[in-house]
Design a protein around this ligand. Structure first.
Ligand code: MN
Length: 243
């Protein structure tokens, strides 16, 4: 299945989706069709996977150069945690090692778990741009968008904890001071106008921790916004849209 340049979505555990037999080390170069694909044109590819982003990034093998735009409270640059190198604290470090990814823009940063001095230094040595949640709150979404050249091919990856836990409480590492819903939807719409979004994933939603399904509803609304923005994007051809 040709993946690039069609849209690829990796959606983690929203509505409790799981793929039996998929683990963190399972290569996922092929997209698995989701239950809700009928709401979309047939050529939209969705991959539903586990919480780990690397299979998503890996699926773009042979394509690029790609910029990763990450929304997350955490930089996820741990080389390993208790010997595990592919865990959820290591995803951006692993992404940095993929030759088809040449730029990491990490925004919403404010958590320390995967950001000890060693990890921050490694990220900076690579050239990752670490943008704190506070900077976005102070300087606005347009300021962030201006960091990315027009037409850049981007993978957009959202960790639910990048948003404020008051609107996405169902996460394993809640961090106060996060991005608002409007920050994120404005960012997705702005990106779709400016760059070519070739992939999107939304990860680390822990449904069992949800409150009044608030996180699930927020996640769904974010995904709707992403889809709607892409449909209107001048960077997406009629063919990409399934026509
Ligand atoms: Mn996180």
């Amino acid at each position: 299945m040709k993946i690039f340049p069609e849209f690829n979505f990796l959606i983690n555990s929203i509505f409790n989706f799981r793929i039996p037999g998929v683990s963190e080390n399972t290569p996922v170069p092929e997209c698995t069709r989701p239950k809700f694909q009928p709401i979309l044109e047939p050529s939209y590819n969705f991959a539903i996977g586990n919480i780990f982003r690397r299979p998503f990034f890996r699926a773009f093998h042979g394509h690029g150069p790609l910029t990763v735009v990450q929304i997350d409270a955490h930089i996820d640059w741990r080389d390993e945690v208790n010997g595990v190198t592919e865990g959820y604290s290591s995803t951006m470090r692993r992404a940095s090692e993929l030759p088809w990814i040449d730029r990491l823009i990490q925004m919403g940063m404010r958590g320390t778990g995967s950001a000890r001095r060693e990890e921050v230094e490694a990220a900076k040595a690579y050239g990752a741009e670490l943008i704190t949640a506070m900077e976005i709150q102070d300087r606005g979404v347009d300021w962030v968008l201006n960091l990315i050249p027009d037409g850049t091919a981007c993978l957009v990856t959202i960790d639910c904890d990048g948003l404020d836990p008051s609107i996405m409480p169902a996460v394993n590492a809640p961090a106060p001071g996060g991005l608002t819903y409007r920050h994120v939807t404005n960012l997705l719409h702005g990106l779709s106008r400016k760059v070519k979004v070739v992939g999107f994933d939304l990860v680390e939603l822990a449904p069992e921790k949800d409150v009044n399904e608030l996180t699930a509803w927020t996640a769904a609304r974010i995904i709707y916004n992403m889809i709607g923005a892409l449909v209107r994007s001048k960077h997406v051809t009629h063919k990409d849209k399934g026509g």
